[in-house]
Write a protein that binds this ligand. Structure first.
Ligand code: B1M
Length: 231
């Protein structure tokens, strides 16, 4: 960010454009300042997240795909995004609502992308779920261990690579082998997935984004609890 830019003098649109530029350049401190400026104007944390940070990361993704940006630059952008998310996390998690349910979430084996998964975790916490975030590169054993230890109603799996998404089926098959598949709601997400893939691997739901993940989790838990009341 150039020294002459006075954030408070920018319109909201210009502020977001500045945020996208600084995210693109991997300027963590500047992104944090811009997130704080947007919040100080009364913009909701969710709007700052989606219209600021997520929109900025989409631009990075396009230039990564087109060979304009490379891994080191994208990593810097990802770290700037995480710095901005760190400001928003406590605000999104501020809820007062009673715990609705528990979720274990992690990125699958071979995959180190975690921004989207962390965003889902943040939004789920904000909606009143207890979230056990087991990080990246999880094999089936690690998912199983976390499920047995925490006994969640929900399992969330994330994959951002076409080469790692098939591993979700390995985990689901393992849940079946262990005889616990019917005890847990499996929700999957990540940019290369779609409904058809989720159906093919016998997940309970595909979630396009974090907001859909929250809505889907609430709906599936309500259905399950309703069903179990009847039996
Ligand atoms: Co990588 N990368 N990357 N990358 N990276 C992608 C995914 C890619 C699409 C870029 C591209 O070519 N356009 C491409 C994958 C191509 C493919 O498989 N079809 C790619 C590649 C190729 C790679 C490497 C192989 C590059 C290399 O080394 N040559 C390598 C792989 C490393 C590995 O995992 N083994 C790699 C590395 C990296 C970085 C480390 C540099 C960095 C990750 C940093 C980090 O996460 N800490 C990175 C990044 C940042 C990206 C892009 C640019 C952005 C991903 C992101 O954070 N998006 C990405 C391009 C893109 O996706 N367009 C790309 C923002 C985030 C908010 O969105 O993650 O989609 P997303 O999450 C959304 C939804 O998908 C959904 O909700 C989220 C929030 O709304 N969702 C869930 C996600 N998980 C969910 C789980 C749920 C529910 C919903 O559970 C219930």
């Amino acid at each position: 960010m150039s020294d002459e830019v006075i954030l408070s003098e920018l319109s909201l649109e210009e502020l977001y454009e500045q945020m996208w530029d600084d995210l693109y350049d991997g300027y963590q401190e500047e992104v944090v300042e811009e997130v704080e400026e947007a919040l100080s104007r009364g913009i909701t944390p969710y709007k700052v997240l989606t219209e600021g940070l997520v929109a900025g990361m989409e631009i990075v993704g396009i230039d990564f795909r087109d060979g304009i940006l490379f891994v080191p630059e994208v990593l810097m952008a990802a770290n700037a995004m995480k710095a901005g998310m760190a400001i928003l996390r406590p605000l999104l998690a501020e809820t007062g609502a009673p715990i609705i349910g528990k979720m274990v979430i992690g990125t699958v084996k071979g995959d180190i992308h975690d921004i989207g998964k962390n965003l889902v975790a943040m939004m789920m916490e904000g909606a009143g779920f207890e979230v056990i975030n087991i990080g990246i590169n999880n094999d089936a054993d690690t998912y199983l261990k976390a499920i047995k230890e925490h006994q969640p109603e929900l399992l969330g799996m994330s994959a951002l690579l076409t080469t790692t998404m098939p591993y979700m089926k390995v985990v689901i098959d393992r849940l079946k082998e262990e005889g616990i598949r019917k005890d847990i709601i499996v929700m999957v997400g990540g940019a290369p997935l779609n409904e058809a893939f989720a159906e093919a691997i016998e997940a309970d739901a595909y979630c396009r984004d974090a907001a859909v993940a929250v809505e889907t989790a609430k709906k599936l838990i309500a259905i399950r609890r309703g069903e179990s009341l009847k039996t």
